[in-house]
Write a protein that binds this ligand. Sequence first.
Ligand SMILES: [Zn+2]
Length: 261
Amino acid sequence: MKKLLCACLAALALLPASCAQPVEPDISAYDTAGTAEIPVEILGELEEDVLEDLVEAPKYVALTFDDGPRADTTARLLDGLLERGAAATFFVIGEQIPGNEPLLLRMKAEGHQIGNHTYSHVRLLKAEKDAVVEEIHKTETLLKEVLGDSSFWLRPPYGLIGAERSKLIRTPMIYWSVDPEDWKLLNKDKVVAVLGAVQPGDIILLHDFYSTSVDAALALVDALQAEGYDFVTVEELFRIQEVEPQAGVLYARPDRVRTWG
Ligand SMILES: [Zn+2]
């Protein structure tokens, strides 16, 4: 085709320089469908971590901590997360806030997300509607006093709220997809055993109220980072998955709504 074109252009005395030495390019090494493929011999020369970045999709997971803040355990957790470059989400109880304001400010400054876990850890499913609103509003007011205006997503205590009361909620609600039952086991190794169940996009439930949970959380971060996971806030997980969270909806993961069933 190119030769034919050169001949035509030559006939018209419009011969471009590239036609002077007609060389057919060897395109056999390229994928003509448009997808770039890295030849195996080049891949073999790359550093292992660079290679992993090239061939594996990023894996994101969200750690969530309920029932804090608690001066000693939460501070130690924040130290460990900072050291590891891991973000998390803290669903705090309003009653726990007075005296622990510096911990909330630290969470915000270090890139964590802060959410609402009611004022006194009530079962919203059975509470009067006025009490539901008050429990959430009281904590929200305290959070705004410390952290400024923001949307503080709700994690209903015990993950329970029900269809009726969920209509009162003006923020997204976050359940979880992995529950190691750390509050019951109170044993680092048993909690870390949940590792095999973690999938990209999961929301893991833990409690920064217990020292064993802090130990387990940091061990989980180390193990999952070694598997190539990145730790992000719940909000970031939704953004990464391009899901716009809706107010009054309870999510187990960005791609999974929790039904009331
Ligand atoms: Zn709780």
